[in-house]
Design a protein around this ligand. Structure first.
Ligand SMILES: C=C(OP(=O)(O)O)C(=O)O
Ligand SMILES: [Mg+2]
Length: 571
């Protein structure tokens, strides 16, 4: 047994067998072969096995994830059946006396290169399909196995170098009990997804995929950020107790599920949830959320081969609004970019994607995408308490432009006699330091702010939120961050506007007393953090905390802030 330290990314304890979600080594050597027919038979066999596997995956995906996810595997099966791809491979084996691996690789690479540069989205997607299928056939030729997350049908812990948001979206939570990755931080999107799926996770372990192999017994301790490989009987027993204690603690928290959120001295704040899909709204309600403070709509656009239509989007937004039954729902418009890639939008590779052409910058440029989303949102607004929020706003001009587009779409809908609410608040994410500094000017024009600390911290500290090498600089409690927050909250309140926070800091037990001291109105967090936060807030005295504000804001380091606040709240 051994223990690896990582970053606690999603609460809870999970115990199950390891499932490596890593691509095996597919390197091979070029060989001259004596019997071309035997080599062709070997290729046929690999193609056949791949086909059977894909049929199984497709069937499974259809049942557990729905038609849309299964569609991609139909495309892969078509590739395997395409004589225009397969025959040249066989010809190559015969005419050049090379092994099947070489014939497969060279032929596939040739087609991929032709398709990927075509000015046609459909053909570019075929290049991706061929690349994907070739890997599977190659694995069979080499006698190694490819991971197939869609086929998992027993309880496992996923081990991966990293999980993309779309990988994470495909995990079946009935079987995936937890996951752990080599890279990533608490605010990387795989970690955020783990929290909304309520799966314990530890990220940034640096080496889990090297240290553990398939079927090793694994414990993921998402409370303390530890992963135990091949635990002893004693460790297993200890962790089963810890798991039971955590379940008991959850029952304790659940007592406040249907209560509003009050501090000990009777001040009310709002505790709402962050969601990525309409289904996540169930988790927010089950955990006593008073609304949705952030609906990350980019997940609607991911894991698909084309843009979601206005109707599809309308149905998704309406579903959330209806589930929340009049409780506030803040929907953020498309925040593509950074680590959130959407294949069919075909955005250019950039040197600094987190500082690049993304979110509102992309939407104001690609107005068809933006207008389709705004129309869907406006139509959905008739079904509940919708608030629209624009991401990554850096200048007042961007906000004014976005609002003008929204107004135009609203007028068009009204002209067509389509029901639209007149009470939709329009706000912005404050996640760029320039906007936090200029909050006073913004506050005159927006209806609300929601602080996105995940990005605000990375941009203020110039420390990538995904990079564990600089995670020591990713400091939510740094007085620089707290002073920015203070500026935003004061500016909003002086204009009679409310301020929420939807970055991960809002659910952090060390940050909560600081945020109460600063006067934050709404805290939006992963569903599983809501009840612990409500319990914590019920024991805190807001006016006492507020009296510490000046002192906290004048401090020089994050460490000073943390030890001071912990001492004051008696932690
Ligand atoms: C909530 C935020 O947005 P995201 O994590 O989706 O970038 C944030 O930046 O804090
Ligand atoms: Mg952000």
């Amino acid at each position: 047994m051994s223990t690896i330290k990582g970053i606690a990314a999603s609460n809870g304890i999970a115990i199950a067998k390891a499932y490596q979600l890593t691509t095996p080594d597919l390197s091979f050597e070029k060989k001259k072969i004596a019997d071309p027919q035997a080599e062709i038979d070997r290729l046929d066999q690999a193609l056949q096995t791949s086909k059977q596997e894909l049929e199984k995956i497709k069937e499974h995906a259809l049942q557990s994830l729905g038609e849309e996810h299964a569609e991609i595997f139909s495309a892969h099966l078509l590739v395997l059946d395409d004589p225009e791809l397969v025959n040249p491979m066989k010809d190559k084996i015969k005419s050049e006396n090379v092994n099947a691996e070489v014939a497969l690789n060279e032929t596939a690479t040739m087609f991929i290169n032709i398709f990927k540069d075509m000015d046609n989205e459909y053909m570019r997607e075929r290049a991706a399909d061929i690349a994907d299928v070739t890997q599977r056939v190659m694995a069979h030729l080499l006698g190694v196995s490819m991971p197939d997350p869609a086929l998992i049908d027993e309880e496992v812990i996923i081990l991966a170098n990293d999980l993309t948001p779309s990988d994470t979206a495909q995990l079946d939570r009935r079987f995936v009990k937890g996951f752990t990755t080599d890279i990533g931080g608490r605010t990387s999107h795989s970690a955020i997804m783990a929290r909304s799926l309520e799966i314990p996770a530890v990220v940034g372990t640096k080496e889990i995929t090297k240290q553990a192999g398939n079927n090793d017994m694994i414990i993921v301790d998402g409370l303390e950020g530890k992963v135990i490989i091949q635990p002893t009987d004693e460790e297993l027993a200890t962790y089963k107790d810890k798991q039971a204690a955590y379940e008991k603690q959850k029952e304790e928290w659940a007592k406040l599920k249907d209560e509003p959120t009050f501090t000990k001295d009777g001040e009310q704040v709002e505790l709402v949830g962050n969601i990525g899909t309409p289904d996540d709204a169930d988790g927010v309600l089950a955990n006593g959320g008073e609304g949705v403070g952030l609906y990350r709509t980019e997940f609607l656009y991911m894991g698909k081969s084309e843009m979601p239509t206005e109707e599809e989007q309308y149905q998704a937004y309406k579903a959330v609004l209806e589930k929340m039954e009049g409780k506030p729902v803040v929907v953020r418009t498309l925040d593509v970019g950074g680590d959130k890639k959407i294949s069919y939008l075909d955005l250019p590779e950039e040197m600094n994607p987190f500082l690049g052409f993304r979110a509102i910058r992309f939407c104001l440029d690609e107005q068809t995408v933006f207008r389709t989303q705004l129309r869907a949102l406006l139509r959905a607004s008739a079904h509940g308490n919708l608030k629209i929020m624009f991401p990554m706003i850096a200048t007042l001009d961007e906000f004014r432009q976005a609002k003008a587009v929204l107004k135009e779409e609203k007028e068009k809908l009204k002209k067509d006699n389509i029901a639209v609410s007149d009470d939709v608040e329009v706000g912005i994410m404050v996640e760029i330091p320039a906007t936090a500094v200029l909050a006073k000017q913004f506050a005159k024009e927006v209806d609300f702010f929601s602080v996105g600390t995940n990005d605000l911290i990375q941009y203020t500290m110039a420390a990538d939120r995904m990079n564990e090498r600089v995670s020591y600089l990713y400091q939510p409690y740094n007085p620089a961050i707290l002073n920015l927050l203070h500026n935003v909250i004061e500016a909003a309140h002086s204009e009679g506007k409310w301020v929420g926070m939807c970055g991960e800091m809002a659910g952090d037990p060390v940050a909560i007393p600081l945020l109460l001291a600063l006067g934050l109105d709404e805290f939006s967090m992963s569903a599983t953090s809501i009840l612990p936060a409500r319990t914590q807030i019920s024991k805190l005295d807001k006016s006492k905390l507020a009296s510490l504000k000046e002192k906290i804001l004048s401090m020089g380091t994050a460490e000073e802030v943390v030890s001071f606040i912990k001492e004051k709240i008696g932690d």
